[in-house]
Design a protein around this ligand. Structure first.
Ligand code: BES
Ligand code: MN
Ligand code: ZN
Length: 487
């Protein structure tokens, strides 16, 4: 991970990054003045931008050879219109600048801060720093050489020290999740998630991993049913961060299907290609626990991960099989590819035994939510308006996108089973809502939110702040949410 620091003034650099906002209308000329550049250079750069018809759109970049004693090259990165500026767009703009700096082989990078606007100085600087780190991310574990050729440090002129530190913590956690998601399923089975969890144990973090024996003893037939078709043993992972005594208790639950072949209802090849990402919810939970000891929130946080591989082995669950979950409720598995909700049913039941004040699950649960919201927005389903508002605000502060979706009780009929208490799939209509309705059956009246992150957990094309692969979506929202909870 590249290291970001704050510096007082521009000394010498290979590449200087400056930002440009888009004029309010197409008839207005951009007005550009950069404090980090002398008046003369600033004017010349503005003229060059005009010739290039650079409008400052989010993600747009321009490389200029300043040939100045202090800076060889300047990257101008667009941030969009001033009125629309927020954390999300700032991370995207800074991410594009970092990507460009790598592309042109920068050896040293210094960035000048854009106007903070409504965000305030701290959050503006934090967003720029996060963009610079996340945009430079590469996953090279399976390549030669493993070392990135990119610069390994960046300076931000005049950035508040604590904003830079916070950005490093958030970005490190996000990258932790990306690395786990990008690791091929062959090297990231449930036992690897369990190992990763154990490494997070420390003075304030307790980690417990259940194997077959404990899971059977608890009667977690959902997790067993989905996991038993694989040669890789299933696990149930629990983490606890101890906050202040008597503080609020937040439970986070992450879907940990380390590979989703679809089971006997096997996926077609092109739908299976990215299914190592089906543990992105679990990765977000683990990444959160990796950062909590640094952030030291007041509240107590519980983490739960049902980890299994959804495979087609000789003992795989068959369509029509009925599984008895830890709650006693039974599930008719009429589609083995709707496996996430089945393992989460058991996870939610175990989580409720710890009596959390709130529960948030993150799951790459449905293709339907990707049809509805695409790959940039997660669907939020919740039975609690306060939780909805809290998560919405946290996601905005973090620069991640959530959109609340309805839990339409009338659709519960679609999941009626002729033989069990519920079936796990009710056909094509409102698929994402069906997923939420199913989970709600186990969440009951527990204040609960379900984030269907099937879209934004992964990027096929790459984003300005993330190469193709796992994105680490949800980590920053969780950290924002948790650190805002006191009691
Ligand atoms: N893991 C998939 C959902 C998914 C799809 C995640 C695309 C990421 C990208 C999930 O287990 C699944 O297969 N869901 C089925 C449910 C259906 C059978 C009811 C789906 O969405 O098709
Ligand atoms: Mn599936
Ligand atoms: Zn799945």
């Amino acid at each position: 991970m590249i290291k970001v620091s704050s510096s007082k003034r521009l000394e010498r650099t290979d590449v200087l990054i400056v930002f440009a906002e888009e004029p309010a209308s197409k008839d207005v000329k951009p007005l550009h003045k950069w404090d980090a550049l002398t008046g003369d250079l600033s004017r010349k750069l503005a003229a060059a931008l005009e010739k290039e018809n650079f409008r400052g759109k989010v993600g747009q970049t321009f490389v200029w050879h300043a040939g100045d004693a202090k800076t060889e090259r300047v990257i101008v990165a667009g941030l969009g219109k001033a009125a629309a500026r927020n954390v999300d767009l700032t991370v995207r703009g800074a991410g594009a600048a970092a990507k460009k700096a790598k592309e042109i082989g920068a050896t040293k990078v210094v960035a000048a801060l854009p106007p903070a606007g409504k965000m305030g100085e701290d959050r503006n600087a934090q967003a720029v720093a996060e963009g610079l780190i996340l945009g430079a991310y590469e996953f090279n574990a399976y390549r030669q050489p493993k070392e990135s050729k990119a610069y390994d440090a960046a300076e931000i002129l005049g950035a508040p020290e604590k904003a830079v530190k916070l950005a490093e913590t958030y970005a490190r956690a996000t990258i932790y999740a990306r690395d786990l998601i990008n690791t091929p399923a062959g090297d990231c089975a449930p036992r690897h998630l369990a190992e990763a969890a154990k490494k997070l144990a420390g003075p304030n973090v307790k980690v417990t991993v259940w194997g077959k024996k404990e899971i059977e003893a608890k009667g977690m037939g959902g997790l067993i049913g989905i996991g038993k078709g694989s040669d890789e043993p299933y696990h149930f992972i629990m983490l606890k961060y101890e906050g202040k005594k008597g503080s609020k208790k937040v439970a986070i639950v992450g879907k940990g299907i380390t590979f989703d072949s679809g089971g006997l209802c096997i996926k077609p090849a092109d739908g299976m290609g990215t299914m190592k990402c089906d543990m992105s919810g679990a990765a977000a939970v683990l990444a959160t626990f990796a950062a909590l000891p640094e952030l030291k929130p007041d509240c107590t946080v519980y983490g739960y991960i049902p980890a299994a591989e959804n495979m087609t082995g000789g003992s795989a669950v068959k369509t029509g099989d009925v599984l008895r979950t830890a709650s006693g409720r039974t599930i008719e598995v009429n589609n083995t590819d709707a496996e996430g909700r089945v393992v989460l049913a058991d996870a939610i039941t175990i989580a409720r035994e710890d009596k959390p004040d709130e529960m948030i699950d993150l799951a790459t649960l449905t293709g339907a939510v990707v049809v509805a919201l695409g790959d940039q927005v997660a669907g939020m389903f919740t039975n609690d308006d306060t939780l909805a508002a809290g998560l919405d605000a946290a996601s905005k502060r973090a620069g991640e996108r959530l959109w609340r979706m309805p839990i339409v009780q009338e659709y519960r009929d679609l999941l009626k089973s002729d033989i069990a208490d519920i079936k796990n799939s009710g056909g094509r209509w409102a698929g994402a809502i069906q997923g939420a309705l199913f989970l709600q059956e186990w969440a009951g009246d527990q204040p609960w939110a379900h984030l269907d992150i099937a879209g934004p957990a992964w990027t096929d094309r790459g984003l300005s702040f993330c190469p193709p692969g796992g994105t680490g979506f949800g980590v920053r929202t969780l950290l924002e949410y948790i650190t805002a909870q006191g009691k």
